[in-house]
Structure formats: C-alpha cells, structure tokens
Design a binder for this molecule. Structure first.
Ligand code: TTP
Length: 354
C-alpha cells in the first residue's frame, strides 16, 4: 500500500497565519500538522508516501525533505492549481501505479492515528473506506448516510443533514477511484470533489465502508479550533526536560521543555510545551500553552494560548489567555506618552482589549 498526503490548496480559512505560510506547517503542540499525518501513515506500516504540493511547495519540501527523518520515502507530486481533492488523486495516478492507498488531507489531525482503519482495509479489501466523526454541526461538513456501516449517500454541507457523521480527511481507495474521478464533473466551485467520486463508487455498487473515529481536528479557520487541537495533543504529553531549568523555577504537571530552551525564575504549569531555544524569564506559563521555537517570554503571564516562533512578549501586566500569536510578533510595554495602545497588526488580525 502507498500513502498520499494532500498539501496543496490555499488555506484561506486560517488567515492571517496562512497569509505567509503553508497551513499544513502551522504547529499544533509545537509540531507542524503535516508531520502528524506523515507519522500516522508510517505507524500504520506504509513507508512509500506521495505528497501533493502547490504554491507552497518549497516550504513543504524544506520542512519534510526526502522523508528519512520520519523513516519514510517521500515523493513530491505537483498539482498546477487546487482543482479539488479528486483532481489531486488524478495527478498522483502515476505515483500510485495501481496500488491501494490511504489518502490523508495534510491539514487534518487524528489524535489516535489511523492504524486500525488501515488494518481493516487491508484485511477486507474494500473498494473504498472513509473515516467519519460525530460532530455537533454537520451542515458545515461533508456528511455520510450509512446503512449497517455501508455508505449509501454523501452530501456536501447539507442544509438538513441525515446524520451527524462528518467526513474526516482520511480515505482509503483501490484503483477504482481513478475511474470515479474521471467520470465526475467539476462542482459549482469548479473543483473535482472527492465526495462526488465516492458517491460514484457507491452508485456503481462498489463496496464503500466507513470507520468512525474519536479525536479529530480539522482547521476551520477559527482560533478556538486551533486551541482545541492544541489542548487535545498537549494532554497526551509526558514530562520531558531537554533544556535548562534554573533552581528558582517551578514545573508542575506535564511539561515539555525542548532542547536549548531556558526557564528562569518562572512557573510552568502543564500541560505545556516550551520550544527549542526559547526563553521564559520571570513569567508564568499556564495549562494548555505551546510556545514555539526561539521565542522570549519575559515578565508576563500566559495560558491556554499558542505563540509561534521568534516572537517576544515582555513586561505585560495583564495575563494573556486564549490567544494565537504569530511569528516574529512583539508584544511589549511601551513607555511612550500618551499612555495608549499602539498596534501594528497584519491583515485579518484580531485583538481583544480589556
Ligand atoms: P481544503 O481545506 O478543502 O482546501 P484549501 O486548502 O483550499 O483551504 P481553504 O478552504 O481554507 O482555502 O483542503 C484540504 C487539504 O487538501 C489541504 O491540506 C489542502 C489540500 N488540497 C490539495 O492538495 N489540492 C486541492 O486541490 C485542494 C482543494 C486541497
């Protein structure tokens, strides 16, 4: 079996973070989302992985390389434009060369991996198998209707959903999916939809099965969703200290201090992670916080938040909570008069001032 990860696309819904960076490389609990997908596929026993890339190709190649870091072999497949998930399958046809494969959307995160699903697909030789998750708001997703586990209908963002089972971004196919993708027409948004391809397989009486998972995250562009994904992953951590902790600091519960990080005169209450070569000085880092690499926190309090790389937060009196702070950001106390808020924020930024 082979793996296919879709890592092209535009990422409009995660702006402003994705104005400047591939959405698949946004870190959750200090690891790019895409890496969780590569590891999940590898852990299911598949080591030959194709990654479909688009405009952000160079960044993705830079981050993943030839795959040897993960113990897999990666082949990059260029898609000239994001013309749909089924279009991405077609551009990968040569790479897949008739093998059954697992297709994984590079911006999705499945907490407990995909090994049982891959195992079931291998054992039963279905024509296709889709992953589903119970969601509170099915009309925002592709929704599946099942009869005894077998898929009978898929609907994209239905006004009146027939179930609360949303399509998770992991699919397994045999080579019949190519026939399906070649038989369908582009949708109203001019994309070749994978849901239409799967519906085609169902309508042609191919055996399309489902598998329901717990613990799934998909970016929907909302800050709360990123914070939730961050919480889910941090909660699985065990304490690991690779950096330097000065004796006047206090680490409580599950805390990961990555290589080269320094914690001085501070309290870190996990679950939390402090990234490589970051510094935490005279500060409090509270539960469910991820501080990415080369960031400095000085004389501040922060919890339930994500801070990306090379940012600096210093001398802020009010605690920072529920926040997503991008790369190279500075949040500092100003001594300039008049006493006022001074911002320089990028497009689509949000600030909540007390
Ligand atoms: P989507 O989230 O469906 O699309 P998008 O990346 O354009 O995002 P947005 O709606 O926020 O603008 O894509 C799911 C995954 O599949 C994501 O990792 C991007 C990838 N993808 C491709 O590789 N090729 C494509 O043609 C499309 C549509 C998506």
């Amino acid at each position: 079996m082979k793996g296919l990860i879709l890592s092209g696309g535009k990422g409009t819904r995660l702006r402003p973070i994705t104005h400047t960076r591939a959405k698949q490389l946004v870190p959750v609990a200090n690891k790019p989302v895409l890496f969780y997908g590569i590891e999940a596929i590898r852990d299911s026993g598949i080591t030959d992985i194709g990654i479909v890339v688009g405009d952000t190709k160079d960044e993705i190649i830079d981050a993943v390389g030839d795959g040897s870091y993960f113990g897999v072999k990666v082949t990059y497949i260029e898609q000239e434009a994001p013309l749909g998930l089924a279009h991405a399958v077609l551009v990968a046809e040569d790479f897949l060369a008739g093998n059954p494969f697992v297709m994984y959307l590079g911006d999705n995160l499945i907490i407990n991996g995909i090994s049982p699903l891959v195992e079931e697909f291998r054992r039963n030789q279905y024509n296709a198998q889709i992953l589903l998750a119970h969601v509170p708001n099915p009309s925002q997703f592709g929704v599946a209707e099942l009869v005894e586990g077998k898929v009978v209908r898929l609907e994209e963002k239905p006004a009146e959903p027939k179930s609360d089972l949303a399509l998770v971004g992991v699919y397994m196919f045999d080579s019949n999916v190519f026939k399906a993708a070649k038989s369908i027409k582009p949708s109203d948004r001019n994309e070749l939809e994978i849901t239409d391809s799967i519906q085609w397989l169902v309508d042609q009486d191919f055996n399309v099965q489902s598998f329901v998972v717990e613990g799934w995250w998909k970016d929907t562009g909302k800050l709360e969703d990123m914070l939730e994904a961050n919480r889910m992953i941090l909660d699985t951590f065990e304490t690991r200290i690779e950096g330097k902790i000065c004796p006047r600091s206090l680490l409580e519960f599950k805390v990961v201090i990555q290589e080269g990080a320094e914690v001085e005169n501070s309290t870190i209450r996990g679950p939390a992670v402090i990234g490589k070569y970051s510094k935490v000085i005279d500060s409090y880092v509270g539960p469910f916080t991820s501080i990415y690499h080369n960031t400095v926190l000085e004389n501040c309090e922060i919890q339930h938040s994500i801070v990306l790389e090379r940012s600096r937060i210093a001398n802020i009196e009010t605690p920072i909570v529920d926040s997503l702070i991008g790369r190279n950001v500075e949040v500092t106390k100003s001594r300039l008069k008049p006493k006022a808020y001074r911002f320089m924020m990028g497009d689509s930024s949000k600030a909540g001032i007390f």
